[in-house]
Design a protein around this ligand. Structure first.
Ligand code: COA
Ligand code: ZN
Length: 303
């Protein structure tokens, strides 16, 4: 059994140039709620100037229909965002900072030191509120400004936040720089370093076509939680060249083929994916939407 966290409504929509209407966002989350996800990242409570696409975070959280058993999580970059998310009744919080100093300053306008102390304060506040706080580490596998990232820095931050009570750590390949052997090595060494109570999640982007290969490599060394975005939407507006996430339906399809239970039903998920080109007013980078599942057969050619 593996768990797939659907991040499309947040990571997927944050980079879309055309504002997606609040009603459409709500309808997307509600449709995803029917697909069997354990967790859906609904929105982010950031500054409206930084991420205008998600300026309606409160309204979205207020209007979605919450299905029992689904965890509705929200990304929060600072304490202010966290208070907004708590007021909106988020079940879980996704705290974020970058392992790379340059990307952290571009994305969050803070030094890593400032972000670290902000995140430690946020984990304390989350503990008081009784809401789990997951920590996402951006640019873990490489930074578009700095190149390779020192493994020791990833380990230091993961250990620090795990010991401060993080409910989980997400390793983010923000601009698709990861490759399979790197992912396997890092996933295995971090899993050995962290207590079993701090599970790891892998967050992949398909910028260079390696997302599924990376997911497979991580699964082979024991990774059991993956982020994905429907239709392969997504990307960080503060990372040059960023493009879509690992597509959720392609992850689900691959694991289905391998007999690995994801909890997600592919047929309703593909129906949601089929609505996306209208929602974002462009084609979405989903090969599975184009081709259909591997056993979808076609009528034989007539004579
Ligand atoms: N929610 C709403 N508004 C916020 C906010 C939050 N969480 N945090 C700050 N603001 C507001 C401030 O009130 C201020 O508003 P004003 O100009 O009307 O007075 C403005 O944003 C700037 O505040 P400041 O503290 O100077 O923040 P900043 O400009 O240095 O930006 C962040 C810092 C973290 C808020 C901003 O960079 C951000 O939201 N980044 C998120 C990036 C992101 O989500 N990337 C993709 C996901 S990894
Ligand atoms: Zn991402």
């Amino acid at each position: 059994m593996i768990e797939i966290n659907e991040v499309g409504p947040r990571d997927g929509l944050q980079i879309e140039p055309a504002f997606v209407a609040t009603d459409d966002k709500v309808a997307l989350v509600d449709a995803l709620s029917g697909c069997g996800f354990a967790r859906i990242e609904v929105t982010s409570f950031t500054s409206a100037r930084a991420i205008p696409a998600l300026a309606d975070a409160e309204a979205v959280m207020q209007r979605i229909r919450r299905r029992p058993g689904v965890v509705y999580t929200c990304l929060v970059p600072n304490l202010r965002g966290m208070e907004r998310a708590l007021d909106s009744g988020a079940d879980e919080l996704n705290l974020v900072m970058s392992v790379s100093e340059t990307h952290n300053q571009a994305n969050l306008r803070m030094t890593r030191e400032q972000s670290t102390s902000q995140l430690l304060a946020m984990l304390e506040r989350a503990g008081q509120a009784g809401v789990p706080g997951n920590v996402s580490l951006s640019t873990t596998f490489g930074c578009p400004f700095e190149g390779d990232i020192a493994l020791s820095e990833v380990e230091r931050l993961a250990r620090l936040f795990a010991s401060a009570g993080a409910a989980g750590i997400t390793l983010c390949d923000t601009t698709g720089m990861a490759y399979p052997t790197q992912v396997a090595d890092l996933a295995a060494s971090l899993a050995a370093l962290l207590p079993a109570s701090t599970p790891l999640t892998l967050h992949l982007h398909n910028t260079r076509g390696m997302a599924l290969a990376n997911a497979l490599a991580a699964w082979q060394v024991g990774m059991r939680r993956f982020d994905g975005a429907v239709g392969g939407l997504g990307g960080c507006p503060y990372a040059p060249g960023a493009s879509g996430n690992a597509s959720t339906e392609e992850l689900v399809h691959m694991f289905d083929c391998m007999g690995v239970d994801t909890g997600v039903s592919l047929a309703p998920l593909l129906e949601v994916v089929a609505t996306l080109p209208r929602l974002v007013a462009r084609e979405v980078p989903s090969q599975l939407l184009a081709a259909g599942p591997r056993l979808r057969t076609h009528p034989a050619p007539g004579r």
